[in-house]
Design a binder for this molecule. Structure first.
Ligand code: SF4
Ligand code: SF4
Length: 167
């Protein structure tokens, strides 16, 4: 029997950052990733959407393409089926410690989890520093307005390889 999946109502991304006063200030500087609470872990995601780009592994290196999962909303950079994503998209990856440390690296260089796990601070545009979810877009660090297309109907991903500096 086939399943029916609902398209989620996309939530307001700002809602994640509206109660930062209840969170330990600069927790990301005081804790390792493995010590963070679920809430802290979730707050680290900057909402860039770049982990939802399709990628190719060529000669041991990850090459990003400017095609994205068909369930990504390219305007908001949010998943449209977040609650069902692992059922609907078998190769959708949970962002856990294994994913962050996987070699070859497939998360973008700007990914907060990867940065912190590699001894770096969050960038100044990160929503945890600005208090605004939109700051990732304003800094040009998300997928917004970068010519990303949905994977639907695309066969030859090699034609879509990109070399953005923030990947
Ligand atoms: S690349 Fe990292 S920071 Fe960006 S959306 Fe994916 S998990 Fe979040
Ligand atoms: S299903 Fe997974 S890969 Fe696709 S948009 Fe949602 S989170 Fe991204």
């Amino acid at each position: 029997m086939s399943k029916t999946f609902q398209i989620d109502d996309i939530y307001d991304p700002q809602s994640r950052f509206d109660n930062l006063q209840n969170i330990e200030p600069e927790f990301w500087k005081k804790k390792k990733l493995e010590e963070m609470s679920r809430e802290e872990w979730e707050l680290l995601c900057d909402g860039c959407g770049k982990c939802c780009l399709n990628k190719l592994e060529i000669k041991g290196k990850i090459r990003f393409t400017n095609t994205c999962c068909r369930f990504l909303d390219c305007k908001t950079c949010l998943c449209r089926i977040y609650e069902n994503r692992f059922e609907k998209v078998p190769d959708c990856r949970d962002i856990d410690l294994d994913a962050v440390r996987e070699k070859p690296r497939w998360l973008p260089k700007t990914c907060a989890y990867w940065l912190l796990d590699n001894g770096q601070d969050l960038p100044e545009w990160h929503p945890l520093k600005t208090g605004k979810a939109v700051s990732v877009h304003q800094a040009g660090m998300s997928l917004q307005n970068r010519g990303v297309v949905s994977e639907t109907g695309i066969n030859n991903y090699e034609d879509y390889i990109i070399h953005w500096e923030d990947l």
